[in-house]
Design a protein around this ligand. Structure first.
Ligand SMILES: [Zn+2]
Length: 425
């Protein structure tokens, strides 16, 4: 109860501080609380520079000061009032008045020094792709549904940033807040320049055969970069699965020289910054697209990302906490290698049922990752069924209507999209 009351009070301090700033109209040059609404369809490519839209250092300090000042005045007023009431109501009562015990609690736990030293995470959000080029795939990202990934990732990043800024103990930065071309090196350098604790690169997926679906997170394969990335990634994936996506998990990928494959993860790591790539879902797959097809859906995605990240770090909305929970992630001592081999022990059985259909029992094992999907062909591999979710441990079962003239092929996939096929006969 004590904790809850304190939290509530801290929330009030934070909010009254913000209010105070707004009312008193403090202007702090470049580091104002900025929210620039730029049309996401803007193709002019005007470079506006990275935008900070959380509290700056000065604002943060001023905010804490103002809030505490306000709080002291409030406490003093409450004390005076309750003192008067006490005198009027019961001159013989010697109990401590409520207000004074509350204000002593405040001075114990939330003196200005405590809050000024409160931990503050610096989170850089990186909307994937971007730039005026109309042919450059690196700038456009995936191209489906008459739009480009670069526009959608920016919408998601803005929503995530806006939501995340409502939490205490965090400062949010965007690598771009317009349709701007940035190299991966520039994004990482920007993260370093603001003292980032973490960079989250936001993306949407697509697959060659347009059949995959689900959310996945890529992280570094190395040490603390892996540990933090995987912790945050799993927390975000929990939110995304709650939103309706299936999870393909947190994964690593290595290049031919054994370093992290993805440039943004590699460039950030070189500067000492953990980074993760969130691939929310597949633009070219209908069920995934339904969860990102409208501006509202994309904003919801961004809010989910923010909630997952906040949950991982133990952030609270409107509350500056004097300390954040310590996460003791296990730091891997060896390289966390991706799975590079397809599922094994792939076979099937068919069994005629009373209803005339066949019950298919499909078997597959993957010890390095997990079996995730399957599909099948009735025409010897010319066409395949949609990709279906693997339902069990080592086997999945489903009915098929067969005439006996089909040429069956079954394919079993792990969550690294590697597959093993088994044919009839
Ligand atoms: Zn992308």
């Amino acid at each position: 109860m004590r904790g809850r009351r304190r939290r509530k009070r801290a929330g009030r301090i934070f909010l009254t501080g913000l209010l105070f700033l707004l009312v008193s109209g403090i202007s702090v040059g470049t580091a104002a609380i900025i929210w620039i609404g730029i049309n996401t369809k803007d193709r002019s490519g005007t470079i506006t520079g990275p935008v900070i839209f959380a509290q700056s250092e000065q604002i943060w300090d001023a905010c804490v000061e103002a809030a505490l000042d306000q709080e002291r005045k409030l406490a003093a007023a409450e004390k005076e009032q309750s003192g008067q009431q006490k005198a009027e109501e019961d001159p013989g009562d010697t109990r401590e008045p409520e207000a004074s015990s509350e204000s002593s609690e405040l001075s114990d736990t939330e003196n200005p020094a405590d809050l000024r030293n409160a931990p503050k995470l610096r989170i850089v959000l990186d909307p994937g792709h971007g730039g005026p080029g109309l042919t450059d795939e690196q700038e456009l990202g995936a191209i489906y549904r008459d739009t480009y990934e670069k526009y959608l990732t920016l919408e998601i990043a803005r929503a995530m940033g806006e939501e995340l800024s409502e939490y205490g103990n965090v400062e949010v930065f965007l690598t771009r807040n317009s349709d701007q071309a940035l190299t991966l090196k520039e994004r990482a350098a920007y993260a370093e320049s603001v003292g980032a604790d973490l960079l989250v690169s936001l993306h949407l997926n697509a697959s060659l055969e347009h059949n995959f679906y689900g959310s996945e997170v890529f992280v570094s394969a190395f040490e603390r970069f892996h540990a933090l990335g995987a912790g945050v990634g799993n927390s975000i994936l929990e939110e995304l699965t709650d939103y309706g996506f299936v999870s393909k998990g947190v994964k690593t990928r290595l290049g031919s020289k054994g370093a992290d494959y993805y440039g943004i993860i590699r460039e950030c790591k070189a500067l000492g910054i953990p980074a993760l790539i969130v691939e929310h879902g597949y633009m070219d797959e209908d069920s995934d697209w339904s969860r990102m097809s409208s501006p509202e859906a994309r904003q919801a995605l961004g809010r989910r990302d923010a909630a997952g990240l906040a949950a991982y770090f133990g952030l609270e909305k409107g509350v500056i906490q004097a300390g954040l929970p310590v996460r003791n992630e296990q730091i891997p001592t060896a390289v966390v290698r991706p799975d590079t081999t397809p599922p094994e022990e792939v076979w099937y059985q068919k069994e005629l049922q009373r209803d005339g259909r066949y019950l298919i029992t499909l078997h597959g094992v993957d010890r390095e990752s997990r079996v995730m999907y399957y599909d099948y062909s009735l025409d010897g591999g010319q066409t395949y069924s949609p990709l279906k979710l693997w339902a069990g441990e080592d086997v999945t079962q489903f009915p098929l209507s067969l005439t006996g003239t089909e040429q069956l092929v079954f394919r079993v996939y792990n969550n690294y999209e590697l597959r093993t096929a088994v044919e009839e006969g």
